[in-house]
Design a protein around this ligand. Structure first.
Ligand SMILES: *[C@@H]1O[C@H](CO)[C@@H](O)[C@H](O)[C@H]1NC(C)=O
Ligand SMILES: *[C@@H]1O[C@H](CO)[C@@H](O)[C@H](O)[C@H]1NC(C)=O
Ligand SMILES: *[C@@H]1O[C@H](CO)[C@@H](O)[C@H](O)[C@H]1NC(C)=O
Ligand SMILES: *[C@@H]1O[C@H](CO)[C@@H](O)[C@H](O)[C@H]1NC(C)=O
Length: 237
């Protein structure tokens, strides 16, 4: 420490930088070792079940078509439970009347065409697959205000999780832009309501029954906006 006090500002900076570099390098090395060890552990512990999972996916998708609705009888409804939580308000422009938000969407349904007996596959009870491999509901934002109509399902880039009994869960974060008619007569004491309407684009109620999870509070994930305060979130059908 004493020789640091004697040196010029430039030299001191150099010393500090070097020290920093050194720490960085150490961290990287440790990180690499850690990664290496983790992969070893994974190989040793999950070798058998990886094979089971591959066999399961092979068997499950051999005769499966994602283009058919997940029902046993043609007249059955698919019940989709939908929920959207507000993660963040990115922008609310009063001159353009546009609201830009990040939502965490949750969709759940049962696919009776994708079920299996877990004990025949080494106890594999759930699998994660790319959403493009299975039927997914086409629930979109109707009042989307994007140039390309992209209130649609390709917004969701995440995998779906399928359970042995066909229960399927699709969780995805996505950004949406919607038209919100702001009433600024009482500015700045204005409360604004911005409805976002979600629904299936091609299926009517006889084919797809959309239910909502009520009481889905966003408090646990919501990030405050500097200008706008979230007064509440209503979900209704
Ligand atoms: C898929 O269909 C073929 C031909 O109908 C059949 O032989 C095979 O057993 C089926 N596979 C599964 C996993 O059901
Ligand atoms: C699942 O497979 C196990 C082992 O073959 C069998 O004992 C069990 O009855 C099967 N369960 C169902 C629901 O088919
Ligand atoms: C399917 O199984 C999962 C986990 O085993 C369970 O959480 C879920 O409630 C089941 N779904 C149905 C429709 O029974
Ligand atoms: C939703 O929350 C309110 C207040 O906490 C409660 O009175 C109501 O029963 C809840 N509804 C459901 C469907 O859980």
């Amino acid at each position: 420490m004493s020789h640091l006090m004697l040196c010029s500002i430039n030299v001191c900076t150099k010393v500090t930088n070097m020290l920093f570099m050194f720490i960085l390098k150490m961290t990287i090395e440790i990180h690499i070792i850690a990664v290496f060890m983790t992969s070893l552990v994974i190989i040793f512990t999950t070798e058998a079940s990886l094979w089971d999972e591959q066999r399961l996916i092979h068997d499950l998708f051999q005769n499966y078509s994602k283009f058919s609705r997940p029902v046993v009888n043609r007249n059955d409804q698919v019940v989709v439970t939908f929920r959207a939580k507000l993660k963040q308000i990115i922008d609310l422009k009063d001159n353009e009347q546009l609201l830009q938000v990040i939502l965490y969407t949750y969709q759940e349904w049962t696919n009776p065409l994708l079920t299996w007996n877990a004990s025949l596959y080494g106890g594999t009870e759930e699998i994660n697959v790319d959403a493009s491999m299975v039927w997914v509901p086409d629930i979109v934002l109707y009042n989307s205000a994007e140039f390309t109509f992209s209130g649609g399902t390709h917004k969701y880039k995440t995998d779906v999780v399928i359970y042995w009994n066909g229960s399927t869960i699709w969780l995805a974060p996505a950004m949406f832009i919607t038209v919100c008619h702001l009433d600024v007569r009482y500015f700045p004491f204005d409360d604004q309501k911005c409805p976002m309407k979600f629904g299936s684009w091609t299926h009517d109620e006889t084919r797809l029954d959309m239910r909502i999870l009520t009481n889905a509070s966003s408090d646990d994930i919501y990030t405050e906006h500097g200008e706008w305060q979230l007064l509440g979130l209503e979900q209704k059908r």
